[in-house]
Design a protein around this ligand. Structure first.
Ligand code: HEM
Length: 452
């Protein structure tokens, strides 16, 4: 086996600089000649994105939501974060297409692919938790759709995008740390085995020194492009919907929905694949508990009976109109958990209607767009969710009561095939049908001097 790219031995002595030693440990030193082409810089460029995401993410986490939504620097950093996601996913797709076309996933590199493919799936999931954190209308709408999806996938007990604290921890700690460790495994294996040699015997190559300068120039150009795009095209923002707005513009709708919560006939109360988090008693959560809380804080002595829905709803309506009702709902859960208020908004049907006017409803392939309502506007929405949108549309899942469950199973199956691809007989020979390996790894004809 070729170990560590047949590297030149490097001497270490008492005066060797520690940083240089570390650099020497992580670098590839010698590569097959095609290894200096851009196809093999894609992994480094993906890593550059990962670092930029970490820096911008930590900055936003420190500064807080008001900063990233409304201050000029906050909007810029948020836009850099979003454009980096766009670049990251695009580069990862190119990167795995290179690994695929050159059969770079064959033994002993099979686990290099597996670790990379798990990272890719996690990155896609991570983007949805990111949208949930933004704090605008897209966050509300995507959180509700996401909660439906995880519920349908039987994972609602563990994953609830309506819970802001949970979303924050998943997006800023759990998934990034998992990606980091998977990347270490991915890179250490690849570094040990070296870049894959051509599987086609008719492709010849020689070993050359790795060109780190060109690698950093490519990484630098990518960062510059991201900064320019973020400067000119900001991450979108459409204000969130509030219960108070609807209680003022359409009080009848709110009163009727409160009555439905009381009668257990609302969307939440009759939710079909009701696992957690929708197993709560809507009468208690939306009517009797907020009412009791109001009585306790105001010290009113003549409380209505807990079966007198009309009296309780009449008391709650002014609270809904001045914004207190939404706060009471959110405070019924410990920590910043918006499950109750977002489910109530969903029962009102308002987010769905607004999403439809913004062209981001599920039937409108909304998950591949952002609030810009189109993938053609900049920044483009989450085009990487195209497979999910296609599955939804092909199998008519939005109209199917078990649509979320079916979508989760179909996508889960494809993700599993993608991850285990190097181990699947016959399928793992698929790249041999295409001629791309020669384009990526083949020797280029040397340019003839003019006049000969
Ligand atoms: C955080 C994401 C990732 C980073 C930072 C990363 C980084 C790298 C680096 C630096 C290399 C060595 C040089 C190169 O080919 O660029 C590499 C190789 C490789 N990666 Fe990734 N990678 C990531 C995700 C993925 C994904 C999603 C896949 C596939 C599903 C994948 C599959 C491979 C394969 C097969 C190789 C070996 C290529 C060869 O030896 O010819 N990687 N990766």
């Amino acid at each position: 086996m070729v170990m560590n790219d047949e590297r030149d031995p490097i001497e270490y002595g008492p005066k060797t600089n520690a940083l240089k030693t570390l650099r020497d440990k992580v670098y590839f030193h010698r590569l097959p000649s095609y290894g200096n082409r851009i196809f093999y810089s894609l992994g480094f460029m993906a890593l550059t994105c990962l670092l930029l995401l970490t820096v911008t993410g930590i900055t936003m986490g420190f500064m807080g939501q008001t900063w990233w939504l409304f201050s000029p620097w906050g909007i810029f950093v948020r836009s850099v974060h979003l454009w980096t996601v766009q670049a990251f996913i695009f580069i990862l797709i190119l990167h795995f297409l290179v690994g695929f076309s050159t059969s770079g996933f064959r033994a002993p590199r099979r686990m290099v692919w597996v670790f990379g493919a798990i990272i890719f799936c996690l990155v896609l999931i991570q983007t949805e938790f990111g949208y949930g954190l933004r704090g605008d209308f897209a966050s509300q709408f995507r959180a509700v759709s996401g909660a439906d999806f995880w519920n349908g996938a039987y994972l609602g007990y563990w994953l609830n995008p309506l819970n802001y604290t949970q979303t924050f921890i998943i997006h800023t700690a759990i998934i990034p740390l998992t990606i980091f460790f998977l990347f270490l495994a991915h890179y250490l294996l690849e570094h040990t085995y070296g870049i894959a040699r051509p599987y086609r015997k008719d492709i010849s190559y020689k070993m050359v020194p790795a060109d780190h300068r060109v690698l950093f120039i490519r990484g630098g150009a990518l960062v510059a492009l991201i900064l320019v795009l973020a400067f000119f095209f900001h991450s979108p923002y459409v204000p969130a919907v509030r219960i108070a707005d609807i209680a003022n513009s359409d009080p009848g709708l709110v009163a009727t929905t409160l009555q439905q919560e009381f009668d257990h006939t609302s969307g939440t109360a009759t939710y079909l694949d009701s696992i957690d988090p929708y197993t709560f008693d809507t009468r208690k959560v939306y009517v009797t508990v907020p009412y009791a809380q109001y009585i306790a804080t105001t010290g009113t002595s003549t409380a209505a009976s807990t079966t007198d829905a009309a009296a309780m709803i009449n008391t709650l309506m002014p609270l809904a109109q001045n914004g207190l009702y939404e706060s009471i709902l959110d405070q019924e859960n410990p920590s910043a958990n918006n499950t109750y208020s977002l489910r109530f908004l969903d029962d009102l049907g308002v987010p769905e209607a607004k999403a439809s006017t913004l062209n981001m409803d599920t039937e409108q392939w909304g998950m591949v767009k952002d609030e810009t309502g189109s993938v053609r506007k900049l920044p483009p929405g989450s085009w990487w969710l195209f497979p999910l949108a296609a599955v939804n549309s092909m199998f008519d899942l939005p109209d199917n009561p078990y649509g979320d469950r079916d979508a989760a199973f179909i996508l889960g199956f494809f993700m599993l095939v993608f991850i285990l691809f190097p181990y699947i007989p016959y399928l793992n020979r698929l790249p041999e049908l295409f001629p791309f390996a020669r384009l990526i790894q083949g020797e280029r004809e040397p340019k003839k001097p003019p006049g000969r």
